[in-house]
Design a protein around this ligand. Structure first.
Ligand code: TRP
Length: 335
């Protein structure tokens, strides 16, 4: 048995991944994969909870997200990448978990509440959507995860998972399930290029990892910065300025960045030239990722093979947990 701590994490395949995903979670997954037993799930079943009427979109994006993972450097020889819907054991565990959560508790999950508002479900929230945190708890518990590296919008999911795990272990007098810790990025969430808090497809304010490089330059030039910095000679504000937030994440020349910040704060440095520099930094970051993406796009068969292999691995692990769960619940009729 490996002594490594287990990581389980994942994304809904509803679109290509963007720079926000990179900063929020991909980066830590890449860093942690060599020292941890890492599972990365492409959460297609969860994606269907708010896209049940668009299965083609989810299907397509499973492969796109897999290619995003592979091209940023999630290495299938170190990380098990798998497709959620192909691991039925998770869904079986989730079904038993549903008994351990109240409807009222689900209604008060802040992430779910915000999503219901944003998606305009009103009173007609699909039960599958309402209960997706329970399924997410099963995703995590099925793998005996120690750590879940996710964006901080996922905090309520981790809390919900631990409540269910504690309830399960107490009610069924077992230690079959394990509590988990969220691992959150130590940098603030990357804002959209328009300065709004989150990158979203509908606002077209994000930069995809697969974004055309010319479009990257254009978006960098359009980026929201210090709105009060109208004259180049005036001092500008670095703090909370999206242009500098992006540079903090993607510029590896720390000395140059420190100088730019100092100059901008002092006055005399125009937004145009900082944004142009940001564009160059982003292009330099994205270019090698996109070169690898192009290779995987040429060989989708290989991508599917990686997913298939990962899914077989993942099922083995989840099946063990399911057996322990059923044992604890006295659902063990035939030896
Ligand atoms: N909720 C995550 C998202 O919206 C995806 C996800 C599903 C996940 N299951 C998970 C993340 C388990 C971490 C752990 O992208």
């Amino acid at each position: 048995m490996s002594e490594k701590k287990v990581i389980l994490t994942g994304d809904r395949p509803t679109g290509k991944l963007h720079l926000g995903h990179y900063v929020g979670s991909l980066q830590s997954r890449i860093k942690l994969q060599s020292t941890h037993e890492q599972y990365v799930m492409i959460a297609d079943a969860q994606a269907l909870t708010d896209n049940y009427d668009n299965p083609e979109k989810v299907h397509e994006n499973v492969i796109e997200v897999a290619i995003d993972y592979l091209s940023v450097g999630i290495d299938p020889s170190e990380t098990t990448i798998f497709i959620q819907s192909m691991v039925p054991e998770i869904h079986e565990i989730a079904m038993y978990f549903l008994n351990l959560v109240t409807w009222n508790r689900l209604k008060h999950n802040p992430t779910v509440k915000a999503e219901i508002r944003q998606k305009g479900f009103g009173e007609s929230v699909p039960a599958g959507f309402m209960t997706y945190p329970v399924f997410q708890a099963a995703d995590i518990a099925a793998f005996h995860a120690d750590l879940v590296p996710v964006g901080d919008d996922q905090r309520p999911m981790i809390e919900q998972t631990n409540e269910i795990v504690r309830n399960f272990n107490r009610i069924y007098k077992t230690d079959a399930l394990k509590e988990v810790e969220g691992l959150y990025p130590n940098v603030a969430r990357l804002p959209g290029i328009d300065g709004s808090a989150k990158m979203s497809k509908s606002l077209n304010n994000g930069i995809a990892l697969s974004e055309d490089l010319k479009s990257v330059m254009k978006k960098a030039k359009k980026m929201f910065s210090d709105p009060n910095h109208t004259n180049i000679e005036d001092p500008g504000q670095v703090e909370g300025n999206p242009v500098f937030l992006y540079l903090d994440c993607f510029c590896s020349d720390t000395q140059k960045l420190a100088e730019l910040k100092e100059h901008y704060t002092r006055g005399g440095l125009g937004d145009g030239s900082v944004k142009k520099y940001l564009g160059e930094v982003l292009v330099e970051f994205l270019e090698p990722i996109q070169t690898r993406r192009a290779q995987f796009e040429q060989d989708k068969g290989e991508v599917l093979n990686i997913l298939k292999k990962g899914t077989v691995e993942a099922r083995k692990k989840a099946a063990k947990t399911l057996a322990a769960v059923k044992e604890a619940m006295h659902l063990n009729y035939f030896k």
